[in-house]
Design a protein around this ligand. Structure first.
Ligand SMILES: [Zn+2]
Length: 226
């Protein structure tokens, strides 16, 4: 993929976060990786979404070196890069402080699959990381955030989301826009979960039914374009 195209895709995903009311001010960031060339396009740090253009998007290598861009990449870049290094099938990552998903993260609680909206996109509980130690916070904080996510997550392909304890959610997907989509769903199911009074997860059968009719080789939901 051309660098220009990669930047445009990252920009579109970052702007979609605003459109879906998942970010305010400069909170949050989206990135996309070109696996073939080992390049990641990510939002620059502290830039208002309304002012951002494709030229502002920063291109970094998987080792963090800046390949192209005048601005500094988001301070969360080391978290994104660690997730790209550890979760080899993902193509895009989103981090927000959206209200309801962040409430789960601050409560340091996982989100069980309470209904089929959850099961359609996440094949199981959304996990919550452990808290970082003082040492992990004081040295390489953002890299260590990526490490605790990878350490806690049993199924990054089936459950493309996580709560970072005391902080906020990260989601991922096949592309940056796919990760945005998963962020929107996560926010929705987190809100529904907080409104529930009878907190009982769906059965494994219903979870499997809804997940596998949309994902994997036997998926049949929607249109078959292949
Ligand atoms: Zn954050």
């Amino acid at each position: 993929m051309e660098i220009k195209e990669l930047k445009n895709r990252a920009l579109a995903a970052n702007l979609a976060l605003v459109k879906h009311n998942l970010v305010i001010f400069t909170w949050g960031n989206a990135s996309e990786i070109d696996r073939e060339n080992g390049l990641v396009a990510i939002k620059p740090g502290g830039i208002k979404y309304t002012d951002m253009t494709a030229d502002d998007i920063v291109i970094v290598g998987l080792d963090g070196r800046i390949v192209e861009g005048k601005l500094k990449p988001s301070s969360d870049t080391p978290t994104h890069l660690e997730l790209y290094r550890r979760f080899l099938k993902i193509g895009g990552i989103v981090h927000t402080h959206s209200r309801y998903a962040t409430t789960f993260a601050q409560d340091k609680k996982p989100l069980p699959p309470y209904g089929t909206t959850h099961a359609d996109y996440f094949h199981g509980e959304i996990p919550c990381t452990r808290e970082l130690t003082a040492e992990e916070i004081n040295s390489e904080y953002e890299l260590n955030t990526g490490r605790v996510i990878a350490e806690c997550h049993p199924d990054p392909d089936g459950v493309p989301a996580v709560f970072v304890a005391g902080h906020a959610p990260f989601t991922w997907g096949k592309s940056a826009m796919d990760a945005v989509y998963n962020s929107v769903v996560l926010e929705e199911i987190a809100q529904m979960a907080l409104l529930m009074t009878r907190k009982e997860p769906v059965s494994q059968a219903l979870l499997d039914k809804h997940y596998f009719r949309k994902h994997g080789k036997n998926a049949y939901y929607g249109q078959n374009y292949s």
